[in-house]
Unconditional design. Structure first.
Lengths: 135, 83
C-alpha cells in the first residue's frame, strides 16, 4: 500500500505523456493532459494519507484523533480548480488554432507567419495563384 | 477496507489509461467523465470528502461539458472553411 499511490501516480503521468506525444488531435491532447494532472492529485493525496485516520473534520470527534493531512487536501482542491481553468483555456486555444490553421492535427497545422494572420496569408496566396493562372 | 483502497487505485490507473487510448474525441468525453467519477470515489476512500465533491462537480460534469462545447464549435465551423 505504501508504494501503490506513487506507482499509480507515476503510471498516470507516464501514460498521459505518452498520449500527449502520440496524439493526432488537439482535443484528445487536452484530455491526456488532464490524465497527467490527475497523477498529481493521486500523488498529493497519497502523501497525506494515514492508515486508520479519519477525514479532517473534528465536529463529532475529540481533538487528537488521528486524521489525514488536511494541507494536502487543500492543495489538491486548488489543483482541481486550476486544472479545470487550464483545460478551458487550452480548449479555447484549440478552437482558435482550428479557426486559423484549418485542422486539429498538430502535424497539419500551417506554420505561423510573421506579418498578419495565417488566414490573411492564405488569402493573399490564393489571389496570387489566381493572378498567375489568368496571366 | 484494506482491499477497497488498492482496488480503487487500480481502477484509477485503468480509467486513466482508457482516457488516453480512446482516440476519438467524441468518445473520449465519456472516458473523461468516467475517470472523474472514479477519481471522486478514490478521493472519498482516501478520507477527502471535500476534494471528492469538488472533483465530482468539476471532473465529472464541468470538464466533459467543456469538451462537448469545444467539439461543437469545431464541428460547426468546419463546413464553412471547406469551400
Amino acid at each position: 500500500m505504501s508504494v501503490l499511490p506513487y506507482a499509480v501516480a507515476a503510471w498516470l503521468f507516464g501514460i498521459g505523456l505518452y498520449g500527449i506525444a502520440t496524439s493526432r488531435n488537439f482535443i484528445h491532447l487536452v484530455g491526456c493532459l488532464g490524465v497527467c494532472q490527475s497523477a498529481t492529485y493521486v500523488l498529493l493525496l497519497g502523501l497525506g494519507y494515514r492508515w486508520g485516520g479519519i477525514a479532517p473534520i473534528f465536529y463529532d470527534h475529540p481533538p487528537g484523533t488521528p486524521a489525514v493531512d488536511p494541507v494536502m487536501q487543500a492543495l489538491v482542491l486548488t489543483d482541481i480548480v486550476v486544472g479545470a481553468t487550464l483545460t478551458a483555456l487550452l480548449l479555447v486555444l484549440t478552437i482558435q488554432a482550428h479557426k486559423r490553421g484549418g485542422s486539429l492535427d498538430p502535424e497539419k497545422l500551417r506554420p505561423m507567419r510573421a506579418g498578419g494572420t495565417s488566414g490573411r496569408g492564405q488569402g493573399a496566396s490564393r489571389v496570387s495563384d489566381r493572378e498567375q493562372s489568368t496571366s | 477496507m484494506t482491499v477497497i483502497l488498492p482496488l480503487l487505485f487500480l481502477f484509477t490507473a485503468i480509467s486513466g489509461t482508457a482516457v488516453v487510448l480512446v482516440r476519438d474525441p467524441a468518445r473520449q468525453v465519456f472516458a473523461i467523465a468516467v475517470n472523474g467519477l472514479v477519481l471522486a470515489i478514490l478521493f472519498d476512500g482516501l478520507q477527502a470528502p471535500d476534494v471528492a465533491l469538488s472533483e465530482l462537480a468539476v471532473g465529472s460534469a464541468a470538464v466533459p461539458l467543456l469538451f462537448l462545447v469545444a467539439l461543437m464549435a469545431v464541428r460547426t465551423q468546419s463546413p464553412e472553411e471547406k469551400p
